[in-house]
Design a protein around this ligand. Structure first.
Ligand SMILES: [Cu+2]
Length: 105
């Protein structure tokens, strides 16, 4: 049991040191911030903090089909394991755009 706890702690420390969660708020039909730069392995979490508006996060280069909507209080996440520039938009609101730039470590 101790070994498990130890491994859990070590893994937790390593994972927090090497992969981060980055929050993007979705509010008033905007991604905030719309432009972010992260490192390989990081995860972006889009949180819908609208009163009643749903959205999605559509990376057309990854997803042929439009992803499901997420509603106020819900979130959507994606982990980026390759470096590059990844633009996205909201399916129902194409004027809502953002870009994730992923750098090497
Ligand atoms: Cu939207």
């Amino acid at each position: 049991m101790r070994a498990f706890i130890f491994l859990y702690l070590v893994f937790g420390i390593f994972s927090s040191a090497y992969a981060k969660d980055i929050i993007v708020e979705v509010y008033k039909k905007k991604f905030r911030p719309a432009e972010i730069t992260i490192e390989k392995g990081d995860t972006v979490i889009w949180k819908n903090i609208e009163k009643r508006q749903y959205h999605n996060v559509w990376f057309k280069q990854f997803d042929k089909e439009e992803p499901d909507y997420f509603f106020p209080g819900e979130s959507y996440q994606r982990t980026f394991n390759d470096a590059g520039n990844f633009p996205y938009e909201c399916g129902p609101h194409p004027k809502m755009t953002g870009i994730v730039t992923v750098t090497e470590k």
